[in-house]
Design a protein around this ligand. Structure first.
Ligand SMILES: Cc1ncc(COP(=O)(O)O)c(C=O)c1O
Length: 288
């Protein structure tokens, strides 16, 4: 049974309880992070905590813990759950004041801080030779205009992902005004003529930690790459298409709306960059 953290206490996940007045429950007034842990060590932790700071300040919620406080909490969470490969879920809401009111509660209302772990399955990038690739569908990006905030208000993302699942696909790739933004829970990469292209950071996408690392690895290893808008036509006509996230790493998409991408198999640039990603993880810990 996994051990969860809630407002300063540790308990079996099943026993954790929050108030129905919690603003996370009533309004989705909160933010979150998902942090992969390999061989007991949090991966790209500084980058995840930087993004958490960004999300908290964007919703005007003072950070309930210092940087060291977060690091200690997450280390203890991993240790209490016996390490290994995990994904950590961390959520912070604007607390549970006595009265439901859209406006912010008194500044001294304690935030709710919750953290749990889930087992993490090996990603396809770890086994590039046996990976066959996945199907995705396109959908209109129906989300709000602050997708850079990792908000727990995920209803549009949920509906979009469910649409993908109903079509037998693993992800919905979102289009806003004819331009591809990202997946419902992932960032988007296309390969065109050997260049790896991902949409630029803006309020219309979540700045993915995996996305940033992939760009960093491409630059370090002389793989041509660019941050540029991807039109719907360029998306459909791409040589390769990948979606990326902390828990799924780099997933090659080989069918989009029932049309093959490239030759319908994971492409050579994906194989190369997936290898760079796996090597980078192993350089930090050979057992990862
Ligand atoms: C909408 C959205 N975009 C992108 C990502 C990828 O971000 P990361 O690589 O930090 O996991 C996620 C992750 O859940 C997401 O929900």
């Amino acid at each position: 049974m996994s051990i969860a953290y809630l407002n300063g206490t540790w308990q079996p996940l099943e026993d954790a309880r929050i108030s129905p007045l919690d603003r996370g429950f009533l309004f989705a007034d909160g933010v979150y992070e998902v942090i992969p842990v390999y061989a007991g060590k949090a991966f790209r932790l500084a980058e995840h905590l930087d993004r958490l700071d960004h999300s908290l300040s964007a919703i005007q919620l003072a950070a309930p813990l210092s940087r060291t406080g977060w690091e200690n909490l997450l280390n203890e969470l991993v240790q209490r759950n016996e390490g290994g490969n995990l994904s950590v879920y961390l959520q912070i809401t604007r607390g549970a004041p006595a009265k439901r009111d859209h406006a912010f509660p008194a500044a001294d209302t304690p935030a709710t801080v919750f953290a749990m772990v889930s087992p993490m399955a090996p990603a396809p990038s770890a086994t590039p030779d046996t990976t066959t690739g996945a199907a995705a569908v396109t959908a209109e990006d129906t989300r709000w205009l602050r997708c850079d905030i990792k908000s727990v208000s995920l209803l549009p993302n949920i509906l979009l992902r469910q649409y993908a699942v109903s079509q037998g696909a693993i992800e919905a790739i979102l289009l806003r005004d004819g331009v591809a933004t990202e997946g419902s829970a992932s960032n988007l990469f296309v390969v065109r003529d050997g260049t790896v292209i991902t949409p630029p950071k803006s309020p219309l996408i979540l700045g993915g930690i995996t996305r940033d690392l992939i760009l960093e690895l491409c630059r370090a290893h002389a793989v041509p790459c660019a941050e540029a808008n991807v039109s719907e036509a360029e998306l459909r006509d791409a040589d390769e298409l990948w979606v990326t996230s902390s828990t799924r790493e780099l997933v090659p998409v080989v069918r989009l709306d029932d049309q093959a991408i490239g030759d319908g198999r994971p492409g050579p640039v994906w194989r190369k960059v997936a290898g760079l990603y796996t090597d980078f993880k192993r350089s930090l810990d050979p057992s990862a």
